[in-house]
Design a protein around this ligand. Structure first.
Ligand code: HEM
Length: 379
């Protein structure tokens, strides 16, 4: 038996070698490469990759995946053209900026603002009516004005709380209540955010129409600013009409930032329908900027989200200052938006020119309450 095996091996091995050699030659012949001739270095493909042997055309797998990774657009047969992009790298940048710089500076900015207000309160204390209350009042804002203000104010506060939850809730609230409750609350909050935004826009429009005439800057505002409104010194009141320079600045900031936050919010609410950034960038480039003007619809959404978050955070910071001065920061201020009636001395100290204007127009009728009018002797 062993002898038989040895003999078979003797005949079979050379046969196997010949078969292998001829198969190899056939393969090389098919590829057009002669194994006996030195081969030139592999050709670089147009994308820069190298294809060893060049057996499968000029595009290697590496090149293809590199292009996919770099966000190349393929073609798809469905109407949604953006589905032709497998990897959108800007998405990673967006995530890093949103969860990094925007969240980080956002929270420090807000905490910084609260710190500054606390410091101001400690140093300056509550701004009091220096002459004391007069007892008589004057109408500061009528019902429509107050309704518009609170429509704007309450909707903004709801938007701010639900917006902050979207940005920071997972770090602050989720560890306390757990993912299930947090998920349900955030889902509800997101719907509140979406729908309440319309109330905010209506409030913004009303405030614009009602107060724009009173918020045109004038010479008195310059004087008010030079004195910093007398905010930092007792007895240093600066003259002002219905709105002082500080209030006018707040008014225009609320309107412009409010408009911007609304537009970017609408772009987020109706995805891919309102690409605003390429057009805005093209406009800004007229002033020497060098911003990209061809953006995919997905990039537009990412920019809208980042911009919406930044403007929202800036507005919250500003409104914290406004809420402070309208409540604990200044005696007598809240009544202006509460009952609409402010103490006459408060009005004289903060808006002297407006009081004069009102008294000259309506005389004593502008003033309410106080000592009863003198009785006239019967004739
Ligand atoms: C708890 C929240 C708020 C309080 C207590 C508050 C209080 C006040 C008060 C007292 C005034 C009248 C000031 C005066 O008589 O001179 C006022 C005016 C105003 N508020 Fe508010 N407000 C609040 C929220 C908001 C919000 C969220 C916005 C905008 C997003 C806003 C925008 C304005 C504007 C534009 C004015 C007119 C300009 C000015 O007086 O500063 N307020 N607010």
């Amino acid at each position: 038996m062993p002898i038989l095996l040895r003999r078979m091996a003797l005949y079979l091995l050379p046969l196997l070698a010949v078969i292998c050699l001829s198969l190899g030659q056939a393969a090389f012949a098919q590829s057009g490469v002669d194994p006996n001739v030195a081969q030139p270095a592999p050709q670089a493909s147009p994308e820069g990759g190298q294809v060893p042997g060049g057996v499968r055309g000029t595009t290697s797998d590496a090149d293809m995946w590199r292009a996919v990774r770099q966000g190349t657009f393929g073609t798809v047969s469905i109407p949604d053209r953006k589905a032709g992009q497998l990897i959108q790298s800007e998405g990673e940048n967006w995530r890093v900026v949103r969860n990094g710089a925007v969240s980080y500076y956002g929270i420090w900015g807000l905490l910084g603002m609260i710190g500054l207000l606390a410091l101001f309160f400690l140093v300056r204390g509550r701004i009091m009516i220096e002459a004391g209350k007069d007892g008589r009042t004057i109408t500061r804002f009528d019902f429509t004005e107050r309704m518009a203000h609170w429509l704007l104010g309450v909707s903004f506060i709801l938007l701010a709380l639900t917006g902050l939850n979207i940005l920071y809730g997972r770090y602050v609230i989720m560890p306390v209540v757990g993912p299930e409750i947090f998920g349900a609350v955030t889902n509800f909050g997101k719907h509140v955010h979406n729908y309440i935004s319309f109330a905010f826009m209506v409030g913004l429009l009303m405030v614009f129409v009602m107060w724009v005439g009173r918020n045109i800057p004038g010479r008195t505002d310059l004087k008010w600013l030079m004195k910093a409104g007398g905010l930092f010194s007792k007895g240093g009141h600066a003259s002002s009409h219905k709105f002082n320079a500080g209030q006018k600045i707040l008014y225009w900031l609320v309107l412009l930032l409010g408009l911007s936050v609304s537009l970017s919010g609408i772009a987020l609410l109706f995805p891919f329908e309102f690409p605003l950034f390429a057009k805005t960038f093209a406009f800004l480039n007229v002033f020497g900027f060098d911003l990209p003007t061809t953006l995919s619809v997905v990039q537009e959404m990412q920019l809208a989200q980042i911009w919406h978050a930044i403007i929202g955070l800036v507005m919250i910071g500003i409104i914290l200052g406004h809420i402070y001065i309208g409540t604990i920061g200044m005696q007598g201020a809240f009544a202006a938006m509460g009952s609409g009636q402010v103490d006459l001395n408060w009005a004289r100290e903060h808006h002297d020119l407006w009081v004069e204007e009102k008294l000259s127009r309506r005389g004593d009728d502008a003033v309410h309450g106080g000592p009863a009018p003198k009785a006239h002797p019967a004739e």
